[in-house]
Design a protein around this ligand. Structure first.
Ligand code: F0G
Length: 457
């Protein structure tokens, strides 16, 4: 057997700078120990996010050149609309500038003060848009999602008991929708099974509640179904995606992930009346309904990206690279969320830095250590991200503190992954000596992690 290799070659390269530890010590201080504040030139390997950071294909770059920039009725819009219908099956489509914009437009129609929105660990912008409307996001993730040791194949699944409880406890009018995030980013890029989606749909039907899929990484989710769920091995990714979306009333999507484009988003739905109302908000917030904040060329590139991302070959390359990094860490004894997810490796910071108190931001401390050690920028998915409770204003300490290493699509080589693993190994070897973290000197009232300022404890 021959070894596995990528099914693409590289046509254009972008230099990146390998800095010294001394330089990084100065830079991170200037950035107030917030990795979002670092200029990208100060980062060697950027695993902050897989959002908008992928490399487009030659076909996508070709599609850019034929984008139609007409304000109304752009042919690029119709290309994308056709692709959305073909892949997801929705008749009604609105382009938006990114995922949170789709949330903003849809929630403007559906969510009101006092509502509750159950789901599987809502992403922070999703939760932000719910809480901003004085409604509440209720996490109904399966308990297995919070045990990084367990090997449950679908840790993104919704716990049907928890969901029933919510649907039983609140009047129908107060539950505008159930949101299922595919894959579930917050719990580690963990997939949701088709069996679970079907059961959620049945429950939703019983209570007459719509189901929305947050679709940022829908294709990666379909790949896990194909590889892990009995009965799907011989179905194509496209067939699996169609089967998934038959169970939804609508979708929001950040196309910066599985759209493999740098900016853009999708809002699509089954119901004409939602579409009419959403169109008004889209025009107000995003732009006219045939562009919604996207350039024509970007809609064209997205139409091609959706085609490429739903290929099993593409997905195998993609997820193999994430697992290439993850398996190295596992072999080094470094605690990570198991099984490995689709877009990122989530390092279990609580089990890694056992001597740092939770009040001092464990995962952020590890993120800073890794930057100093190897010039690698990951991101905290922990107490900073969890924000304060909107009512009590107390810090919310999540069950898990992760350092997320998100892998951009088609961007880095496995040599880069080797550097990341070696950097973490060095820290792991001296983890006992890391006993203190950071304290906040300045923070915003909502989504504080983007702009928070810190200093060493
Ligand atoms: N939903 C999920 C599951 C996401 O992961 C994101 C973004 C969004 C919605 C919002 O989309 O950024 O286009 O407005 N996640 C990025 C990340 C930022 O780094 O995981 P957006």
């Amino acid at each position: 057997d021959l070894p596995f290799a990528e099914n693409y070659r590289i046509k254009m390269v972008e230099p990146i700078y390998r800095s010294t530890r001394k330089e990084r010590e100065e830079w991170i201080k200037q950035a107030d120990y917030n990795l979002f504040n670092l200029p990208s030139e100060h980062v060697f390997i950027d695993l902050l996010t897989d959002s908008g950071t992928g490399a487009m294909s030659d076909r996508q770059w070709g599609a850019l050149m034929t984008g139609d920039e007409s304000y109304a009725g752009s042919s690029s819009y119709f290309n994308l609309k056709k692709q959305v219908k073909e892949i997801f099956g929705f008749d009604h489509f609105l382009p938006v500038h990114q995922g949170r914009a789709a949330e903003n437009v849809l929630f403007s129609v559906l969510v009101k003060k006092g509502d509750v929105v159950p789901g599987n660990s809502h992403f922070d912008t999703t939760k932000g848009h719910i809480e901003f409307r004085k409604a509440k996001a209720i996490d109904c993730s399966v308990d297995e999602a919070f045990d990084t040791n367990g090997n449950h194949p679908f840790k993104g699944n919704i716990d049907l008991e928890k969901l029933s409880q919510v649907l039983e406890s609140y009047p129908h009018e107060q539950v505008p929708m159930i949101i299922v995030t595919l894959t579930c980013n917050s719990s580690g890029g963990q997939p949701v099974s088709l069996a679970n989606l079907r059961e959620v749909r049945q429950l939703a039907d019983r209570y007459e509640i719509p189901v929305i899929f947050d679709s940022a990484r829908f294709a990666e989710n379909a790949w896990f179904i194909q590889n892990r769920e009995p009965g799907y091995q011989n179905k194509t990714i496209r067939e699996i995606v169609r089967e998934m979306y038959e169970l939804a009333d609508g979708m929001t999507m950040s196309s910066k992930k599985d759209g493999i484009v740098n900016i853009g988003g999708i809002l699509a739905m089954r119901h004409e009346d939602w579409f009419q109302q959403a169109s008004v908000y889209n025009i107000m917030y995003e732009g006219f309904n045939t562009y919604g904040g996207m350039a024509g060329r970007d809609m064209n590139a997205l139409a091609v990206g959706l085609d490429e991302v739903t290929s099993a070959d593409y997905l195998e390359n993609r997820i193999r690279q994430v697992h290439y990094l993850g398996n190295q860490l596992i072999n080094m004894g470094i605690p990570v969320q198991n099984p490995l997810g689709g877009h990122a490796v989530f390092v279990d910071a609580k089990r890694f830095l056992t001597h740092v108190p939770k009040e001092q931001f464990i995962a952020q401390t590890l993120a800073i250590e890794l930057y100093l050690e190897a010039g690698v920028r990951g991101v905290e998915v922990g107490t900073l991200l969890a924000d304060r409770d909107p009512v009590t204003k107390e810090n919310r300490y999540p069950k898990l503190e992760f350092l997320r290493l998100a892998i951009p699509r088609r961007t880095y080589t496995n040599n880069h992954m080797d550097v990341v693993a070696a950097g973490l190994k060095n820290i792991f070897d001296r983890r006992e000596s890391i006993t203190s973290g950071f304290q906040i000197t300045q923070e915003a009232p909502i989504m504080r992690h983007f702009t928070v300022k810190l200093k060493p404890q």
